[in-house]
Ligand binder design. Structure first.
Ligand code: ASP
Length: 222
């Protein structure tokens, strides 16, 4: 890490976009270089710009985030998207619930003021928006559920469950999708899914973040 810091210092950069496997890597770097650090995902910890993308996409689709019921479904334990989404959604006044197998729900999660549900049907019936997380096999060192088939049976979103609800919910996914695991293709490709809108909004949101940080640099130079 020290070598990385020295290399970055030599380049005299104003901004660093950093994706790193270690939680807190961005904070560490920010203490050593005089540049704006954009956390593009630090391990299973946080992914702030994804949360900006997701909250913006909800606002674009539903008009507002405040007062909406949003459930984040799946592998909460290994998800950097979940934690940043919880913070952003709560800040904007949404009600947040997490849903998944108990083994993938961190013990501290309730202390963040989110609801906890282990029954997908109930969670979907409660929500206006369901954010389906990818099962992050690459971050699992042990088995957290008996089999992928069992996970899909209990926590996978398919058209049958979606159509059984008495309302039309919005379906999100931070990508990349494990088609047929946490979400079936007919749901991912349905008009209720805004997954590709999230991807499209990702460009504008990240441009906005860079723009705002760049303006900050200009102001400091005045
Ligand atoms: N789509 C996201 C990204 O690649 C998901 C993640 O990193 O967790 O930025």
């Amino acid at each position: 890490m020290v070598d990385t810091v020295n290399n970055i210092l030599s380049m005299k950069v104003d901004m660093v976009v950093m994706r790193h496997p270690n939680p807190g890597a961005g904070v560490f770097l920010s203490k050593h270089i005089n540049a704006s650090i954009i956390n593009a995902g630090d391990g299973a910890h946080e992914h702030p710009t994804q949360a900006l993308v997701d909250t913006y996409s909800i606002r674009e689709k539903l008009g507002d985030v405040a007062g909406k019921n949003v459930v984040i479904v799946g592998d909460i334990l290994h998800s950097r998207v979940a934690l940043s989404n919880i913070f952003a959604l709560q800040k904007l006044g949404a009600n947040v619930q997490v849903c998944g197998p108990k083994t993938l729900l961190p013990k501290y999660i309730e202390s963040l003021g989110v609801g906890v549900e282990t029954n997908l049907q109930k969670a979907l019936q409660w929500c206006d928006v369901a954010n389906m997380l990818r099962v992050q096999n690459e971050r699992m060192d042990i088995s957290y559920f008996p089999s992928t088939i069992e996970y899909t049976q209990q926590f996978g979103l398919n058209k049958k469950i979606l159509d059984s609800l008495d309302k039309e919910i919005v379906v999100m996914h931070p990508g990349p999708i494990n088609r047929g695991v946490e979400i079936t293709s007919d749901v991912a490709d349905s008009k209720q899914a805004i997954i590709l809108n999230q991807v499209e909004n990702g460009v504008a949101i990240r441009m906005a973040v860079l723009y705002l940080l760049a303006s900050k640099i200009d102001r400091n130079d005045d």
